[in-house]
Design a protein around this ligand. Sequence first.
Ligand SMILES: NC(=O)C1=CN([C@@H]2O[C@H](COP(=O)(O)OP(=O)(O)OC[C@H]3O[C@@H](n4cnc5c(N)ncnc54)[C@H](OP(=O)(O)O)[C@@H]3O)[C@@H](O)[C@H]2O)C=CC1
Ligand SMILES: O=C(O)C1=N[C@H](C(=O)O)C[C@H](O)C1
Length: 251
Amino acid sequence: MIRVIINGCCGKMGKVIANMASQNPDFEVVAGIDQNQCQCGFPVYKSLDEVDVDADVVIDFSYHTAVPQLLKAAVSKNLPVVVATTGLDEEEINSLREASNHIPIFRSANMSLGINVLISLVKEAARVLSDNFDIEILEMHHNMKKDSPSGTALLIADAINSVLADKMEYVYGRHSNIDKRNKNEIGIHALRGGTVVGEHEVIFAGHDEIIKISHSARSREIFGNGALLAAKFLINQKPGLYDMESLVKKG
Ligand SMILES: NC(=O)C1=CN([C@@H]2O[C@H](COP(=O)(O)OP(=O)(O)OC[C@H]3O[C@@H](n4cnc5c(N)ncnc54)[C@H](OP(=O)(O)O)[C@@H]3O)[C@@H](O)[C@H]2O)C=CC1
Ligand SMILES: O=C(O)C1=N[C@H](C(=O)O)C[C@H](O)C1
């Protein structure tokens, strides 16, 4: 039985994880952390420092500013952490790298299997097409989402850039440009509205032809499933930084 602490337990994803874990005999949620107080069926604390129950792993779906403090406490308690929160700035990413010298950390902006397959496909498409095709990324999410563009859109852009010698420049929104598109650009565009769980589309636009590779999340359980798999994987790892590729490699 894997004992889980959920950071952000009162939020949309926190509730999904709690519900999925309660139906899975491999997991038990022993505590939650949130700045709100919600009825969860387990004790809810304000910070990891305050948690006084034993656990094996923390799963974090919260807010970017909460991540450094969470990691500091996780290091002092020697607890592995799955970081699913997006929108981290450079300093917050550095705190994550630092903490990974002491504890195992799994970080992915998208825990679904499908997006990770999409990333392999767009890398291959970019290798073949980039000389003659323009690349644009579109994402759409629900109207409660705070960060934009999505962590996934940035993850996709970074994956494409990694196979193009990191020479691409990211252009967000393209709203006040007064000149034409540059060849070395990846356009990244965010849409927000309604209850959309998560849509990502990568467009390769060439002369008289367009290739679109897209992923549509139809439920939050696809992220919950990935986060629980990541937690199971992480509890057996040495300190370090892990991602979906590590999980897929492990099989
Ligand atoms: N990697 C992945 O696969 C996925 C990642 N995400 C990411 O996960 C994060 C959470 O998403 P979602 O559940 O939809 O968001 P929600 O806003 O619904 O939930 C976040 C919860 O964390 C709470 N919170 C905010 N700040 C803190 C803090 N400092 N300490 C403790 N709790 C805090 C929020 O409180 P309050 O409401 O008061 O702000 C809220 O209860 C986002 O960054 C999102 O992009 C989401 C889905 C999939
Ligand atoms: O906030 C969300 O909802 C989601 N956030 C992640 C992101 O920013 O990419 C993953 C998913 O698309 C849902």
